[in-house]
Ligand binder design. Sequence first.
Ligand code: PNS
Length: 162
Amino acid sequence: MVHMRVAVYPGSFDPPTLGHLDIIERGERLFDRLIVGIGVNSNKRMFLEYEERKRALEACLEGRPKVEVQIFQGLLVDFCRENGANAIIRGLRAISDFDYEFQISTANRKLAPEIETVMFMTKWDYSFISSSVVREVARLGGEYQQFVPGKVSEIIEAKLRS
Ligand code: PNS
């Protein structure tokens, strides 16, 4: 029997950035199927709606048959199990990300020891980009377009005009 290597790349993706796209492209090379999971978090203030984030990601991922986008509620490890994924991908930018990533990856391993978290070191060029920087620059009228894929810019533009 052929064993499929399935990974979930979870995040808020509010909005997706060039850094996220880079991690997806690199993850795609290592796995047979990559599910980009947009986690529903009712505590966070939203910029883009979940469906808008999904649309933005799908627009960037056209023509990539191994990658799909889903919105999920509840525990990440449950979402992984439902999809037969045994790996969680996360991007690591700077030292400041480490504490949080170490905490959630350890918690996730306690909850689901069979699922491994795989950290990708962010490309140097994208190491300063975050969704919150993009949101702030966009809201204040700066050139946020340089931090996101063109298709995401279109969705942000429409949002800012609405
Ligand atoms: O891009 P973000 O905001 O760092 O993504 C956070 C996300 C969605 C990965 C995280 O909030 C998450 O895993 N949510 C699902 C709920 C869950 O499983 N929490 C327990 C992890 S310790």
